[in-house]
Design a protein around this ligand. Structure first.
Ligand code: AMP
Ligand code: GLY
Length: 420
């Protein structure tokens, strides 16, 4: 099998690391990739939005399966285009991916099909939005409707913060057109859990759960990021609660797509808050989470190629997917200043060797003059496996401490909620 993975983040490196373990895989390409994917795949210098060039490449290189990592190409209709050309591809169509691309669409679907989520209102006029928050008070959550790389959400603790978020998104347009419309939501309290499932039509295979750490600093302080680290399993969340989430959120959502005439194929990711009233949806994504993938895929025992092909070819119901009992922890290392502005091109120094249970997943890295340098906000994610979360956590931090670049930042408390 010849596989093309589209993307250049940690998620794509983690997908490739798993694919590389499959005896069915003969060659992996990554477009455009990073310095880590280059170690296992051949990087191809085509951007994720260059649909026609990517399709051309897939045809010329006789690619058997293309796997789309990020949301942007999904929302640009990459899957629709490949399927027009009869090219096998893993990921949802543009229409299906709208569940991630428009928070308003996602909220309307949840409301229509009674899927538990927070109370909300949608605004296109900033004066009305301001009047609404002044009436509701804080804490309250302000979300840019469109894609904003995980940064379009402000959980405002004070009214002043809420007002500022509205003005920045709607009047100052810091997210461009993605913030012209905002969704304002009731603030939910509880622990967050990421629940991803392989979905094909009405067939669903839930993955093991994980927990991300969105805030940039220890103790969940500071602004939100794309994700500072993850672990799986999440032992403090009871199995019954997860089953409840699968039954009241994942299946009804898959059913809702069916009723709306939308064929969903790929990964459906539900970001959940486990509240006192049970699990509620914070957001849906139409792809693998990043850095959730870094801890979930290492626990997959079934050949990933078999799973992806079963989804792409509409045979998911025939497959029994197996997961290991091992624990995985991923600690993300970021550039200084992230999620604000940060420098690129800082040389990264790696230890000679890392333990056999650890893998250094690259995100924002590239090779420059024979050196590996930083090339993004989230630079690396060190993932370790172990028999317990404590063991995996200890192994991951052991390696993190040996990786050096100027101003490297990481949280020191990834997975600590599971251990306390
Ligand atoms: P989102 O991009 O919608 O996943 O939001 C990013 C992060 O903001 C989430 O992971 C939560 O930590 C936080 N968040 C979003 N919506 C809410 C909400 N309604 N209540 C509390 N926190 C939220
Ligand atoms: N880690 C959150 C996401 O992938 O959206």
């Amino acid at each position: 099998m010849r596989i093309l993975v589209i993307g250049n983040g940690g998620r794509e490196h983690a997908i490739i690391a798993k694919l590389a373990q499959s005896s069915r895989v003969t060659k992996i390409y990554c477009a455009p990739g990073n310095a880590g994917t280059a170690q296992l795949a051949e990087n191809v210098a085509i951007g994720v939005s260059d649909q026609e060039k990517l399709a051309q490449f897939a045809i010329e290189q006789s690619i058997d399966l293309t796997v789309v990592g990020p949301e942007v190409p999904l929302l640009e209709g990459m899957v629709d285009r490949f399927e027009e050309l009869n090219l096998a591809i893993f990921g949802p169509s543009k229409a299906a991916a709208t569940i991630e691309g428009s928070k308003t669409f996602a909220k309307e679907m949840m409301q229509k099909y009674n899927i538990p989520t927070s109370k909300y209102q949608v605004f296109t006029d900033s004066k009305e939005a301001l009047a609404y928050v002044r009436n509701e008070g804080a804490p309250i959550v302000i979300k840019a409707d469109g894609l904003a790389a995980g940064k379009g959400v402000v959980v405002a603790q004070t009214l002043a913060e809420a007002e500022l978020a509205i003005i920045e998104s709607m009047d100052k347009k810091v997210f461009g057109d993605a913030g012209n419309q905002v969704v304002i939501e009731e603030c939910l309290f509880g622990q967050e859990v990421s629940l991803m499932a392989f979905v094909e039509g009405k067939n669903v295979a839930p993955m093991v759960i994980s927990q991300d750490h969105k805030a940039v600093f220890d103790g969940d302080k500071g602004p939100n990021t794309g994700g500072m680290g993850t672990y799986s399993p999440v032992p403090q969340i009871a199995d019954e609660i997860i089953q409840q989430a699968i039954d009241t959120i994942i299946y009804p959502m898959v059913d809702a797509f069916g009723q709306e005439g939308i064929y969903y194929k790929g990964v459906l990711y539900a970001g959940l808050m486990i509240t006192e009233d049970g699990p509620k949806v914070i957001e849906f994504n139409a792809r693998f989470g990043d850095p959730e993938t870094q801890v979930v895929l290492p626990r997959l025992k079934t050949d990933l190629v078999d799973v992806l092909l079963a989804v792409a070819e509409g045979r998911l119901s025939e497959l029994e997917i197996q997961w290991s009992d091992q624990a995985a922890v991923c600690v993300v290392m970021t550039s200084p200043g992230y999620p604000g502005s940060y420098p690129n091109g800082l040389e990264i120094h790696f230890p000679e060797q890392v333990g056999q249970h650890t893998i250094v997943i690259h995100a924002g890295t590239k090779e420059q003059d024979g050196k590996i340098v930083t090339a993004g906000g989230r630079v690396l994610g060190v993932t370790s496996l172990g028999t317990s979360i404590e063991e995996s956590q200890q192994r991951a931090y052991e390696t993190v401490k040996q990786i050096k670049f100027d101003g490297a930042h990481y949280r020191k408390d990834i997975a600590s909620k599971a251990i306390q």
